[in-house]
Ligand binder design. Sequence first.
Ligand code: SF4
Ligand code: SF4
Length: 56
Amino acid sequence: MAYVISDDCISCGACESECPVSAIAMGADHYEIDADACTDCGSCSASCPVEAISQA
Ligand code: SF4
Ligand code: SF4
């Protein structure tokens, strides 16, 4: 289980700095979460203005 970023992401970057383990980075089309690094803390979810981050 890990949090995932959907295609709704507008690449604002707000979530990136919220992650304590630096699991969030810009991907090919939008920001992405490294499932192996994500600890499921949920910190990033609240920072997203378009609610693109949810638990897989
Ligand atoms: Fe990072 Fe926590 Fe979001 Fe996972 S749930 S990407 S560890 S902020
Ligand atoms: Fe994308 Fe939401 Fe992260 Fe902004 S906060 S980069 S819209 S997932």
